[in-house]
Write a protein that binds this ligand. Structure first.
Ligand code: PLP
Length: 379
């Protein structure tokens, strides 16, 4: 694997797609794929999409993949295909990206949040039962930051009640739970937003499922409810993964495992370098999980001091996410009762740069900046 040496604005950029595409000659492969589509005369629902769907289903160790317009559409269309709508409830994590909740709201159903575990970022399976009512039509856990949730613990609650689990796998391409790929179970929604572990050159998404009928219903929904031109069986929408995006994703998919492995090396180095620092808690990895480190997110009680030190050292960083979803203006007042754990995470999480394009030296620069901040302050 070749690591890029391009001139950079920041000393350590958060996630530079030019750097990423400069690795392993993939930019040339993407360019060739774009040209192939451009000259093919087929731009929608064509051979690139068909091939990508087959390749990505195989990658996920599952039977069916349906490409759609975005990760949020993948979630929404799966819920709609399951018949979720007005008057229904869908259980979601309190700590997640807003799109998880918005996908539920888009169907007309109500998102019902569940708090994360005390010592992780993941939805707490022990709190699931209390959130389920006769209106619950699905449970939608998120593999937050690329770390798999405990799917068996969740299914122990949902399966006896006949409630489907729709995984929000937008951050977990390639991750494994108990040795099996995320996406190898009933239904998982992926995003190919450019910054995701497998990213397109624009918006894109997919549903991967073991259920042929569910896949067929999503295929209908993504294309105006139509199988045959001008025969409209249901009130669908227009949400298709186009040929350009499918071709670009096909060029990048063969590198995904190596790229995730490289994220893992950097994450391990971060955890080693940040352990034992006062006021900083590196993310833990559970025994069942092979995470893919979409983000590397320590918690810190002294976030502003660390941010200043990182900025001074030229290290870009972000906060995923600074406002708990139920505290956003979009959802304020819709959730009865507080969600103290979700709110506390919003105040304490800090995303450090991570990606296959980061060099070992970049990782040392980041670690040194954090260590410097904790050693020279009142953290
Ligand atoms: C990115 C993301 C989405 C939405 O995906 P888009 O392709 O941007 O619509 C949904 N859920 C989570 C957890 C995400 O990170």
């Amino acid at each position: 694997m070749t690591v890029p040496t391009v001139a950079r604005a920041a000393r350590v950029p958060f996630y530079d797609l030019q750097d990423l595409h400069a690795m392993d000659g993939v930019q040339a492969e993407i360019d060739a794929a774009l040209l192939r589509v451009s000259r093919s005369g087929r731009y929608l629902l064509g051979p690139e999409l068909e091939a990508f769907e087959e390749e990505y289903a195989r990658y996920c160790e599952n039977a069916h993949c349906v490409g759609v317009g975005s990760g949020m559409d993948a979630l929404e269309l799966t819920l709609r295909a399951l018949g979720v709508g007005e008057g229904d409830e869908v259980v979601v994590p309190g700590h997640t990206y807003v799109a998880t909740w918005l996908a539920v709201s888009a169907t007309g159903a109500r998102p019902v949040p569940v708090e994360p575990e005390a010592s992780s970022y993941l939805i707490d399976p022990d709190r699931l039962t209390a959130a389920i009512t006769p209106r619950t039509k699905a449970v939608m856990p998120v593999h937050t930051y690329g770390h798999p949730v405990d799917l068996d613990a969740i299914e122990a609650v949902t399966a006896p009640r006949g409630i489907p689990v729709v995984e929000d796998a937008a951050q977990a391409h390639g991750a494994r739970y108990k040795g099996r790929r995320i996406g190898s179970r009933y239904a998982a929604a992926f995003s190919f937003y450019p910054g995701k572990n497998l990213g397109a050159l624009g918006d894109g998404g997919a549903v991967v499922t073991s259920d042929a009928e569910l896949a067929e219903r999503i295929r209908l929904l993504r294309n105006y409810g139509s199988r045959e031109k001008y025969e409209h069986e249901v009130r669908g929408t227009n949400s298709r993964l186009d040929e350009i995006q499918a071709a670009a994703l096909r060029a990048k998919l063969p590198y995904l495992d190596a790229w995730n492995a490289r994220r893992n090396v950097i994450a391990a180095r971060y955890t080693e370098g940040l352990s034992g620092l006062p006021g900083v808690t590196p993310p833990a990895v559970r025994s069942w999980a092979e995470p893919v480190w979409h983000q590397y997110v320590p918690r810190t009680t002294h976030r502003e001091e660390l941010r200043r030190a990182l900025t001074d050292a030229g290290v870009e960083h972000l906060i995923h996410y600074p406002v708990a979803v139920h505290r956003s203006r979009a959802y304020a007042g819709t959730v009865p009762g507080p969600l103290p754990r979700s709110e506390r995470l919003a105040a304490e999480v800090l995303s450090l740069p991570i990606g296959p394009q980061l060099t070992a030296q970049d990782a040392e620069t980041v670690i040194a900046a954090v260590r410097h901040a904790t050693e020279n302050s009142h953290v």
